[in-house]
Design a protein around this ligand. Structure first.
Ligand SMILES: [Zn+2]
Ligand SMILES: [Zn+2]
Length: 264
């Protein structure tokens, strides 16, 4: 098994030392783990700056690879929180600052607001919020290319108590998916949706995965988005089955930013 989205105490929202995460990955029987701590510059909530201590992070990754090479493959990853304007410059700089194996491009914010909490949704209908969110993602991805997969594409579903009708925004999602494929990038299946109690609403949603398949998308990673040891490897088997059921034939891992296709 391969878990391609995990956090350690280098992320502001995790208190798990990297060594504990790696021990948990070994215990869960993983063959490979990508450590993808947060770099989310200019995050609106100043209590969670999501700045990354790059120097120590990079050193910890290199040391962890060496110390654990006989028991697990560790990939040097990062989850970059994409935003517009000068923030994007910082995202680009981060992506080029180190020889990462794997970069998740994620949207935790849109239009200067964090998606977490109610601020993004207040004063407009769910449809208006969703259209604004996906338009924001599309416009940013026309400019930002320093990522390998888009993390939790429909993260907006996680933070609202009233989801919009997909018919209102799927045209924009289709444009996003086409762009991701045209740029040679991929999508991740993020199994945290099962922890958040979203039920059948997977991340990405089934209709998005179907579109991705239909348009010829093949690059797909699976990640638990674990911030604690107990969540590592969570439901990855299930996500693999879901991929097979949707007709995908390969799962993707990364080394030196290059996709490696593994038969499902
Ligand atoms: Zn994320
Ligand atoms: Zn994450």
């Amino acid at each position: 098994m391969y878990d391609y989205h995990t956090h350690t105490s280098f992320s502001d929202d995790s208190s798990t030392p990297m060594s504990d995460m790696i021990d948990a990955a070994c215990k869960a029987g993983l063959k490979e783990v990508a450590i993808t701590d947060h770099f989310d510059p200019d995050y609106p909530d100043k209590a969670y700056p999501f700045e990354l201590d790059f120097e120590n992070y990079h050193k910890a990754l290199i040391d962890a690879i060496e110390a654990n090479k006989s028991r697990i493959t560790i990939r040097k990853g990062v989850e970059i929180g994409i935003q517009h304007g000068s923030t994007m410059e910082r995202c680009i700089e981060c992506a080029h600052s180190f020889d990462y194996d794997f970069i998740i491009g994620s949207f935790h914010c849109a239009e200067g607001y964090e998606l977490y909490g109610n601020s993004y949704f207040s004063g407009r209908t769910p449809e208006e919020s969703y259209i604004a969110y996906y338009t924001y993602v599309l416009e940013n991805l026309k400019k930002y290319k320093d990522y390998d997969v888009i993390g939790h594409l429909n993260i907006i579903d996680r933070y609202t108590d009233k989801m919009a009708d997909p018919a209102s925004y799927m045209e924009i999602v289709a444009e996003i998916i086409k762009l991701i494929i045209a740029d040679g990038k991929g999508l991740e299946i993020n199994t945290s949706s099962f922890r958040y109690g979203l039920g059948d609403r997977t991340t990405p949603a089934q209709e998005m995965l179907q579109l991705y398949k239909e348009y010829g998308g093949e690059i797909m990673t699976i990640g638990s988005d674990a911030h604690r040891p107990k969540d590592i490897g969570f439901k990855i088997d299930y996500a693999q089955k879901m991929m097979r059921d949707l007709g995908f034939r390969y799962l993707t891992t990364f080394e030196q930013r290059k996709p490696i296709f593994i038969k499902l």
